[in-house]
Design a protein around this ligand. Structure first.
Ligand SMILES: [Mg+2]
Length: 342
């Protein structure tokens, strides 16, 4: 009897981990939604310890009006990029992507919500509308919007050769986050997730993530903080020593800058031993850009563990509240991945 081809198993593993990565992203986003922009002390005063999907305070500066379990820009823009990649057969036409993001913000306003485009994306799109070249519109973008929505690129692109993955990350960053800092952060996240789809666990992906950050930092304009790889490595080293969440937060910072929130996300997932439920809970309580730190750590955690490792009841609620229909997007992105792998 001929040996059975390993291909179907490989594809079903990638498909499962792709779905888990998007669900982990959504979970971390929704867990951190009520606490985003608050300090760790304010979160403790308002919520005690966030250990489930909870509603924001009615006076929350950006999350007011959202209900418990509702996702924000991190998930919505990731799914937007997934649809753009699929429609473009793996390519991102700059003006189409700009139209997608502007259309998304108009829709958020129409829904009466307040969590709009982040600082880098907003500035870049304003420049594009004023006639700037897409090659230069993103040259000031150093915040974490690139890393927060990079998962579809990681699903659609194999981890090797790394240069091709970095090319795909750079293309996704071009119009809004065309800087070494932002591309480095997004590349590190993408490397973890893409290697996870091949079956790697979080720890195993880390050398590739650091290599990706170093390679990514050489792309785009040399703007923003440097040595994102070193900052991620430092966060991982602290987590490995078993520091408290507060000590991690103080060391990395937790604000919207890539050089703070991306290392914080790596540190949180490491503190959680690579486990999504714990990582997204830690992120929701860390303070600062909690929803994006949760989205990034949850996305990387899902990609490196798979759907069976996710908290079932919480995921069911998340799917119901947000009407998440991920299967067609997962299929489309995996098709692109297989095309790229040949
Ligand atoms: Mg958000």
């Amino acid at each position: 009897m001929p040996p059975r081809s390993p291909m179907p198993d490989t594809i079903s593993l990638a498909r499962d981990r792709a779905e888990a990565s998007l669900l982990g992203l959504a979970l971390g986003d929704a867990m951190g939604m009520p606490s985003q922009t608050l300090s760790m002390a304010e979160i403790a005063a308002r919520h005690g310890w966030i250990a489930d999907l909870v509603a924001p305070a009615p006076d929350h500066p950006v999350s007011r009006g959202l209900v418990a379990g509702q996702v924000t820009d991190d998930t919505e823009q990731s799914l937007l990029l997934a649809r753009r990649l699929i429609a473009g057969n793996g390519q991102i036409a700059p003006m189409d992507w700009a139209d997608d993001l502007l259309g998304w913000e108009a829709d958020v306003r129409a829904r009466g919500l307040h969590d709009l485009l982040g600082p880098s994306t907003k500035a870049a799109l304003a420049a594009l509308l004023a006639g700037a070249d897409p090659a230069t519109s993103g040259q000031g973008g150093t915040t974490n919007g690139a890393a927060m929505r990079i998962l579809p690129v990681a699903i659609a692109t194999p981890p090797e050769p790394l240069s091709r993955l970095i090319d795909a990350v750079e293309a996704a960053c071009r119009i809004t986050h065309n800087t070494g800092e932002a591309i480095a952060g997004a590349a590190a996240v993408a490397a973890v997730a893409s290697a996870g789809l091949e079956g790697a666990d979080f720890q195993t992906t880390l050398p590739l993530a650091l290599a990706a950050a170093r390679a990514g930092e050489a792309r785009g304009t040399p703007t923003g903080a440097c040595d994102i790889a070193g900052r991620i490595a430092a966060a991982l080293e602290l987590a490995g020593r078993g520091v408290t969440l507060s000590e991690l937060a103080q060391a990395t910072g937790t604000l919207v800058a890539t050089h703070q929130s991306v290392p914080a996300a790596f540190g949180v997932l490491s503190l959680a031993g690579g486990e999504v439920t714990r990582a997204t809970e830690l992120a929701a309580n860390i303070g600062g850009d909690t929803d994006t730190i949760g989205a990034i750590s949850g996305g990387m955690g899902g990609a490196t563990t798979g759907c069976t490792a996710l908290p079932e009841a919480r995921i069911a609620r998340l799917r119901a509240v947000n009407q998440l229909d991920l299967a067609p997007l997962v299929e489309g992105l995996i098709r692109l991945r297989l095309k790229g792998a040949t």
